[in-house]
Design a protein around this ligand. Sequence first.
Ligand SMILES: Nc1ncnc2c1ncn2[C@@H]1O[C@H](COP(=O)(O)OP(=O)(O)O)[C@@H](O)[C@H]1O
Ligand SMILES: [Mg+2]
Length: 377
Amino acid sequence: MNVRDLLENTYYHLRKAEENISSGNNEAASTEYYEAAKNLLDAAAQSEGELKKVRVENAEKLINMGKRAKNDAANQTARESVKPGESEDYARSYEELGVSVANVPDVTFNDVAGLEKVKEEIFNKVIYPARNASLAKEYKISPGGGLLLYGPPGTGKTFVARAISHEVNAKFVYINPSTLLSKWFGSFEKKIEQLFRLARETAPTVIFFDEIDALAPKRSRTDSSVMKRAVPQLLAEMDGFNRDRKNMVLIIGATNNPWDIDEALMRPGRFDENIFIGPPDLNARKKMFELSLKGRKISPGIDYLHLAEMTQGYTGADIDYMCRKVAEQAFRNAIENGSAKEIDQQQIEAVVGQTRKSVDEQVMQKYDKFLKNAGVF
Ligand SMILES: Nc1ncnc2c1ncn2[C@@H]1O[C@H](COP(=O)(O)OP(=O)(O)O)[C@@H](O)[C@H]1O
Ligand SMILES: [Mg+2]
């Protein structure tokens, strides 16, 4: 393979590594870093002089990054996966059901930028009752139950769900309805019943239904008989469930398309708390840039406020993506020019200029209309 292709491969695997780091998949990230290093070493073998030296050095850096990710993955498993003994049994039980369970996630509310009102609301409605269960009971406030997070993609719904799970010290069960529907095909009712029973037995537990609109779309809109049976079953489980709140189980649903959800799901006793998670405001965007660029090779004079001002309408996921992209470009330049320069303001602004918002005006207007109709604003 020629040097150009090898470098392309290097960037490709580096990008994959960064994506995996970003989504918390350190094991996969480590493999990608090693792949990137391998390609870069092959490129170095075909290079000469200063360029060869720089490429070897950078490959070594990539290997170290791979090692670090591997290390983090091992720690993560130790921290997040269930401990041996009785808990091993329940991990297996979840596995048999085809869903993944993790011990308390390590993202906290401090890692969530902005969303101050949302955080306060979640603390009052969910976290305090869970942490002070017996006191809450004296006021007839019961912890657990259903919470629906809705808003445009990339605004941090999954992130917030994991942080909630951390704050209430609960195991985190992640459910992706689209994969589950096929896995549970033909036995949905039985499986959902087993899942809820297991969650109660292993409490405190958060069951997170991502993209819940796929599981519970408006019944009028679907012809699928699985769906038609799935929704009532889920509702029945939630109804039965809320009467017994001794063992705290919190059901969190997330959706980008709140208008597609079966209204029956929102009734009292079900997902009775609905919280809108919107795009970040100026301060939140500033903090996101700071968080995403932290620890990267950046020049000291970055004007974060100006970056935040430039990115009105961009989501947290967009900002995370742009920071990774600018780092990748800088790294690429370092390899090609043989000198490792700091990331500067101009480079970041250029990437912002080239990156489109992932949520367009039309979608935001759809949300405005929905929120007005729902009486939220
Ligand atoms: N409020 C936020 N604070 C910090 N990071 C955020 C925030 N919102 C989004 N992000 C970043 O964007 C990524 C994607 O967000 P995610 O939670 O998957 O969005 P959603 O579930 O709403 O589509 C997160 O992993 C995180 O890096
Ligand atoms: Mg998500």
